[in-house]
Design a protein around this ligand. Sequence first.
Ligand SMILES: [Fe+2]
Length: 296
Amino acid sequence: MGALEKEQSLAAQLRFTPIPGAPFGVEVNGLEWGRHDAESIRLLTIALRRHLLILFRGQPSPSEQELDTFLRCFGRLVLDTEDGKFHYRKHLDQTGPASELMKENRHNIQRAADNTGSTYYAPSEYGASELIWHTDQAHKPQLKIISVLEAMDFEPGAVPTIFRDMYTAYEMLPRDLRSELEFRQLAFYDPRLPGPDEQPRLGDAMHPLFIPHPQTGRRSIYANDSVDRIIGLDRAESDRILKMLREHTDRNAPHFTHQWRTGDLVIWDNIGIHHRRDAVPPKQRRRLRQHGGVAE
Ligand SMILES: [Fe+2]
């Protein structure tokens, strides 16, 4: 069998099925971790562009090395960037400076010992607090374009994750509003660092309000529930516009609730998709692996 035929046969094993009842997202079956090839990655990239979220279900869990290798096919890992190295060194360093939040959560957050891309999360016996609408690492200057979560051990009915499509939310904005706000920038603060009252600064990251995906140029509304303000407007005006955008998004962003099953591995477009979850009640079995993802 020639190289081309072999590639076609691996890629031909992939099955793409829309997620029932979801306005975006696709389930993929037939991928073997460690056996992907250029054609499979091309098809998966198309699926990600088109469906924004890919669910791998009912497949064996990849090893940390297999997941790192797979994700490197989509770009450089956050872990491999200077910013990522700095971030994950802080995760590993149990003696260095860390926020109270990180210290409190140390027994529930477990970094892979050999510092591959994965971190494991489980709620404490007291549960875990709500996660508001966000994109991962919006508070950092370097964009993360692909996010990854895997359900390692989930009890049936455990708290789901909700995803929403902010590209469509942007495309549903009235044209005059899009023009008016086109070049505005947002300021974010890193929730792991002391707040601006305690440690005055302009912000930890700045991103376009209507952010273009670095590879496709497709624009999304990047304002989420953790944004501090729109730069260049006074606080009242910024609050007014952010509230209006929030109401617009609530009405117009397609969304769906993902009920996790143990073994689900989801990768999604972290520029155009926001996610959130409710608080996790005490003692719920809900163990996740988060991979550091792919940088711009
Ligand atoms: Fe997140």
